[in-house]
Write a protein that binds this ligand. Structure first.
Ligand code: ZN
Length: 154
């Protein structure tokens, strides 16, 4: 997913905040929606693109499952339980959205296969152009439109 993580976090924060009382729902949802992609700094500045950034630990579901298993018991009886659940739900949403065309290590640590729902062929020279011109980019546009509708409704 190229562009729709932040609006997907907005949608999650808005819907969760409407349904439940969640402290800091929107800022937590927005941060969680893009947090795994902070590995792009390491990808570009340290690894110089030599390793697919979806192979870094912040894009591995097992890592986040371990973090949730460690942190949720401590937060379970606090007022931050719902916030923590929203955080991990939006992290999971990020990984699911990345699975559409980017590939995620759902089987890690037992498999190093990047699971992907579709393969975007490199038809347009640069990979960004290939993603932007592929039919699957419609999913990103739909997320943006949904977020814009929620934004306009206030
Ligand atoms: Zn990502």
């Amino acid at each position: 997913m190229l562009t729709a993580h932040l609006p997907s976090g907005f949608i999650a924060g808005r819907l969760a905040g409407r349904r439940w009382t969640i402290p800091a729902a929107m800022p937590v949802a927005l941060v969680a929606s893009v947090l795994p992609d902070l590995d792009m700094f390491w990808f570009h500045l340290v690894d110089h693109g030599s390793v697919h950034h979806h192979r870094y630990w912040v894009h591995i579901p097992a890592f986040w499952a371990a973090v949730a298993a460690i942190t949720l018991p401590f937060l379970w009886r606090s007022r931050w339980r719902a916030t923590a659940l929203l955080f991990f739900a939006v992290i999971l949403l990020h990984l699911v959205l990345d699975t559409i065309g980017g590939g995620i290590l759902w089987g890690a640590p037992f498999s190093d296969h990047l699971f992907s729902l579709i393969t975007v062929p490199p038809d347009h020279g640069h990979w960004i152009a290939s993603f932007l011109l592929h039919w699957s980019f419609g999913a990103e546009l739909a997320i943006w439109i949904w977020a814009a509708i929620l934004w306009r409704r206030g």
